[in-house]
Write a protein that binds this ligand. Sequence first.
Ligand SMILES: *Cc1c(COP(=O)(O)O)cnc(C)c1O
Length: 445
Amino acid sequence: MTATPPIDYDFDKQHIWHPYTSMTHAQPTFGVVSADGCELTLDNGQQLIDGTSSWWACVHGYSHPYILEAMQAQLHTLSHVMFGGITHHSAIDVCKKLLNLTSDNLTKVFLADSGSIAVEVAMKMALQYWQGQQLPNKQRILTVKNGYHGDTFAAMSVCDPEGGMHTMFGNAVTQQLFVNAPQTPFGEPLQHDDLSSMRDALDEHHQSIAAVIIEPIMQGAGGMRFYSSDYLKGLRALCDEYQVLLILDEIATGFGRTGKLFAYEHAAIEADILCVGKALTGGYISLAATLCSDDVAQGISDSPSGVFMHGPTFMGNPLACAAASASLDLIARNEWIEQVAQIEAQMQTELAPASTLPGVAAVRVLGAVGVIEMQQPLNTAQLQQAFVDLGVWIRPFGRLIYIMPPYCIDQQQLTQLTNAMTSVAKMVGEQSANGQVQPQFISHG
Ligand SMILES: *Cc1c(COP(=O)(O)O)cnc(C)c1O
């Protein structure tokens, strides 16, 4: 092995933005020099067990030989070519596989460069669809509070109006319609009035609403909340009743994370427009996709422009498509089904005791997602160091200590993650009991 050069932390601190950070009050960063399986290796040689799948994406673990080989082969034949007027095997393969895995009504795929762009594309599709239906006044998007759909402007406009970035950007963010977040917990029958604010909003505004957008079953970055599949079923029926499209954002939930291949399967519904991203490439490179039905595609074609108005420079990037294609092959082996079920069962057992700790508001587990929700906001930077000291990579935000490990994590590694979560929750609870207030630090990441 050749020695890796030291990480230039000083340059990083002075010149490079990290997600949701200040350039004048830099948060500490950890230099990662390599990653393999479920472990990250730091520049000091320390190995950390990964509890994040690099933000939901790296579901098969790092350096997976099958994905690496597919990417390497692709690099040597066609690394990139424009998608305007050109097509290639890599894009066709991944789109075929995506259509096979998703619900039968979805027949068209738009390849986007990131999750946020997939959401922008979905919203544009909905607006153009209604233009084609001679209902051009249907332009607003209805959604629930506590949602998260990305950081670009249209995506921001449907993020939680308080926890999101609306206040920071004021009128530059389109005013959308918000109703109460689903309250009925996952696995429970719908509380009778849970859909009422959604129904009221649709009843009052349906003539100006193009679509409802929602994260099915799990609201991710907006609070890691798991809600009843009955809510989704009811929402699908309401959208049909009021002639509004349903956009499902499966960017975090897709590809097995909640125990089903897609979270909408818990409710046995179909989306009119579906966004996927994050784990699409197994976490190796950025790629997302927006899928839609024949009906939606027809509406767009009937709109005044006659075409769908979006086309990024790196659309259908062959290298990204090759990674996604390989990752979808691994998904199709269905090993994730048992892996996710085992992760879920183990987390339920190992995290349950944390619910009685002082300062803990709730513990919840769904699929390969485990959450300890604290009563007080957490200091991400301080706790990040505490987790590294415990040999794990877990990044809390808001009031949440949570993990979504790669599916290939073994039992011992997972125990190390849940132990670390519990001991950090305990430490935080004791600190606040002693009056040591956690300095507040607002972060999405
Ligand atoms: C992460 C995420 C996005 C945004 O994806 P990016 O690739 O970060 O732009 C959108 N929706 C959901 C539900 C997400 O979790």
